[in-house]
Design a protein around this ligand. Structure first.
Ligand code: AP5
Ligand code: ZN
Length: 216
């Protein structure tokens, strides 16, 4: 199944994606994760992306579309894929339609995790991420067993550079201006399925499972 997961910053896209890819055995194509990996490795693309990511702004489409195109080309996509964080504006959505048409594929379902704005700042400022394996925690809703240490790999937990209140404001306003129209586009196409993201993580996942059906 070819899936897109959407929702505002902090809605729980990464959290739910980790569960989906484990059960459905499909690759997770997260533009945010790809940018952060490139920033960590200080590749030329990472150095370019960092200027935007650190400010909570969108990386230019020319860069973003190209990394998605390359990543999609790496998979035969037999079981499908999960796109997270892409497309994020109408031009990216149009570019994705072209990329998929070239492969004779289409998106089957767009999961829209709906969370009101007032909950998002608390989720984002409380988020901690493992520097080593990328596992995500929350200081209140999903704390690690040992403060500051990843349960999975023992790595150090850090706070993302764009998880400050100022950057969150920028990210949210970009979401409403640029990304919301993409959600409307998929709604019109009849493939959007909205999930209540205010529930606990497990309940959100149950709602997703009931949309996607059983795993492979
Ligand atoms: P990206 O990494 O995609 O960030 P985002 O969309 O802002 O989403 P987040 O990762 O912040 O949130 P999430 O929804 O995954 O929430 P999570 O599961 O972690 O993009 C980062 C940057 O990269 C962009 O700003 C841009 O610069 C660049 N970029 C990326 N894609 C781009 C594109 N296509 N074009 C241009 N630029 C691009 O959960 C958040 C917290 O809440 C966690 O602590 C979690 O534990 C907790 N939580 C999750 N679910 C629940 C729940 N149900 N109840 C309670 N707490 C919960
Ligand atoms: Zn870890």
């Amino acid at each position: 199944m070819n899936i897109i997961i959407m929702g505002p910053p902090g809605a729980g896209k990464g959290t739910q994606s980790a569960k989906i890819i484990e059960e459905y055995k499909i690759p997770h194509i997260s533009t945010g994760d790809m940018f952060r990996a490139a920033m960590k490795d200080k590749t030329p693309m990472g150095i370019e992306a960092q200027k935007y990511v650190d400010q909570g702004e969108l990386v230019p489409d020319s860069v973003t579309n190209e990394i998605v195109r390359e990543r999609l080309a790496q998979y035969d996509c037999e079981n499908g894929f999960l796109l997270d964080g892409f497309p994020r504006n109408p031009d990216q959505a149009a570019a994705l339609d072209v990329m998929l048409a070239e492969k004779g594929r289409k998106i089957d379902v767009v999961l829209n995790i709906d969370v009101p704005t007032d909950l998002l700042t608390e989720r984002l400022t409380g988020r901690r991420v493992c520097r080593n394996c990328g596992a995500t925690y929350h200081i209140v809703y999903n704390p690690p067993k040992v403060d500051g240490v990843c349960d999975v790999c023992g790595g150090e937990l850090y706070q993302r550079s764009d998880d400050t209140e100022e950057k969150i404001t920028t990210r949210l306003s970009l979401y409403f201006a640029e990304t919301k129209p993409v959600i409307d586009y998929y709604q019109k196409n009849g493939i959007l399925r909205t999930v209540d993201g205010t529930l606990g993580m497990e309940h959100v996942y149950e709602a997703i499972q009931s949309i996607l059906g059983g795993g492979n």
